[in-house]
Write a new protein. Structure first.
Length: 295
């Protein structure tokens, strides 16, 4: 066997299940890697993929999008059909996944679309301020790829983004498995991080923003969400409301710890209502109270 053959065999081989209505991609039965509605192959069938498109709330007309992790190509197909002015690149390290692109109706490469068999971390390290959106959805049977969860990768991701750019990361499974990734993103991006829970799929979507002065105008974003719903057929108003709630509740910071929370949603509700505040808010409240007393 050739050296190339040995390298390719080092990757897990995915398998397909097809019930006549939906085609699924798996590495194991623990997680669905991708799902395609056979009657509408370009639709986003899984809820978490729909919510990853929430980056359009902040940049509705991206020109350069990269996706790390091809899977069944759900996101890249949707962007290809619905964002005709965008240049698109998908990077997939597993050659067996790339080989299944026809099974999932991924378009052929052309002037707008490239599917690259390669290391997503190396791809991102070679970019410099030119991506409007970088979407990371790269999982194998063991979880998120280790090369995509390091501090170095997150720093490279920040550097790869154009002004106004957004990093979008799919976090699947239990918080203990991705808390360290969230911590790295918060360390690099600071307070420019929002999280969105996907209750139906047990996922969380993290949005991290290039702009140092990230001050979302939620009223304007809400109005844009209505326009995006008409344009794309996805529930952007709900995405906008949930992101605003998570911003107030600092949900991303909650996800950065592996310690269990009995009811994350209830905790978020209390934070938003002011009945419970994150540690940073509590410290600021105590300082404000002390200043009032001193005055």
């Amino acid at each position: 066997m050739s050296v190339q053959g040995l390298i390719e065999d080092a990757h897990d081989k995915p398998f397909i299940l097809d019930n006549g209505q939906t085609r699924y991609l798996y590495f194991s039965f623990d997680f669905i890697q991708s799902a395609m509605r056979i009657s509408d192959p370009d639709a986003l069938d899984l809820r978490y993929t729909q919510k990853m498109m929430g980056f359009l709330l902040f940049n509705p007309n991206p020109r350069n999008i990269a996706v790390i992790g091809l899977g069944g190509g759900s996101i890249i197909k949707f962007c290809y059909r619905r964002l005709p002015l965008a240049s698109l690149t998908a990077v997939e390290i597993n050659p067996h996944v790339v080989a299944l692109r026809d099974e999932f109706c991924v378009p052929g490469d052309d002037a707008r679309l490239r599917i690259i068999h390669g290391d997503g971390a190396k791809f991102v390290a070679g970019r410099d301020n030119d991506l409007d959106a970088l979407l990371v959805d790269a999982y194998d049977r063991d979880g998120i790829a280790s090369s995509l969860s390091s501090r170095g990768f997150v720093e490279d991701a920040l550097n790869s983004l154009a002004p106004g750019g957004v990093l979008v990361v799919n976090l699947a499974g239990y918080r203990a498995g991705f808390a360290s990734v969230v911590s790295e993103i918060i360390e690099v991006f600071g307070n420019r991080v929002l999280a969105l829970r996907v209750r139906e799929d047990e996922h969380h979507i993290l949005f991290a923003f290039k702009e140092e002065l990230f001050l979302p105008q939620w009223k304007q974003i809400g109005a844009r969400a209505e326009e995006l719903r008409e344009r794309f057929g996805l529930d952007f108003p709900a995405f906008s409301r949930k992101l605003e709630q998570s911003s107030k509740a600092q949900l991303a910071w909650t996800l950065s710890t592996a310690e269990p929370v009995i009811d994350l949603d209830a905790q978020a509700e209390r934070m938003v209502s002011g009945r419970a505040l994150p540690a940073g808010h509590k410290r600021r409240a105590r300082k404000a109270k002390k200043r009032r007393h001193d005055d």
